[in-house]
Design a binder for this molecule. Sequence first.
Ligand SMILES: NC(=O)c1ccc[n+]([C@@H]2O[C@H](COP(=O)([O-])OP(=O)(O)OC[C@H]3O[C@@H](n4cnc5c(N)ncnc54)[C@H](OP(=O)(O)O)[C@@H]3O)[C@@H](O)[C@H]2O)c1
Length: 277
Amino acid sequence: MQEDFKLGQLFSVQGKSALITGGSSGLGFNMAKGLLQNGVRVIIASRSRGKCDSALAELQEFGNCIAICADVTDREQRRRLVSQVGELEAGNGLNILINNAGTNWGASLEDYPDQGFEKVVNTNLNAVFSLTRDLVPLLAKAGTIEDPARIINIGSMDGLQVPVVQRVPTFAYSASKAALHHLTRALAVDLASRHITVNAVAPGFFESKMTDHVLANYRQDIEADCPLGRIGQPAEIVGIIVYLASRAGNYTNGTVIPVDGGTSISKGARPWSGSAP
Ligand SMILES: NC(=O)c1ccc[n+]([C@@H]2O[C@H](COP(=O)([O-])OP(=O)(O)OC[C@H]3O[C@@H](n4cnc5c(N)ncnc54)[C@H](OP(=O)(O)O)[C@@H]3O)[C@@H](O)[C@H]2O)c1
């Protein structure tokens, strides 16, 4: 049989279903928009009713979108989220889970509170594990050997290197993202036999509420720290998500893919090349 390598076939996500945690703003919102524009039914979930409503008002223009208000760190709210997604996708199961909800806390070591550390680890790591475990039956229902279900964890380049440009230490964030990258590998090995792939994306700097303050104060340093000399654009996150969710990504499993313009492998100073472009 003639193989079809046309982009419309290779990168098609048409007709799939996706749950995006933290889909009400920033990167998750753009992922939702990108998937909707390409024929995916999207459920977004986040804590704030107001953020869910205003995101939904915009996203519904692009396709079939539903918002569920839920705090992924709260066991009862997570249970309700899993059961609502289960009802919505009872027919064919869930094709794509994007664990994107995340938070950060910056403080000097002496002032770093246990409560801040716990909040970040609970959101960025513990909730991802629990939600993923509870959604596995629904993902397994959708996954086949030819077209596995996908789990995409949003890690960070801060889980690959120690971040310094923002001047304030973010111990819990780096540690939680590094752990999330490794959880991705462990889950990938475990879930492959159930036709579910698990990958992580490790973004560099993108505009969002989380990076507002840092970009307002240190944008020049951030750009200079990146070999490409700039921050990332929404299309560059949507692109990697579409790749991982499409047929082109069927055989990619257990990876952590940096989308950071080369920042995490460049070690900052490049004296041989003068200033950044
Ligand atoms: N922007 C960047 O440069 C960058 C770089 C590397 C990695 N990342 C990662 O990308 C992901 C998205 O971040 P972002 O930059 O887009 O930040 P953002 O605009 O602040 O978005 C975070 C999203 O997560 C939701 N959220 C937070 N805590 C939650 C909880 N407990 N339960 C449910 N939803 C929750 C928020 O909505 P509610 O407030 O309504 O809950 C919001 O929708 C995060 O995992 C972040 O670590 C971002």
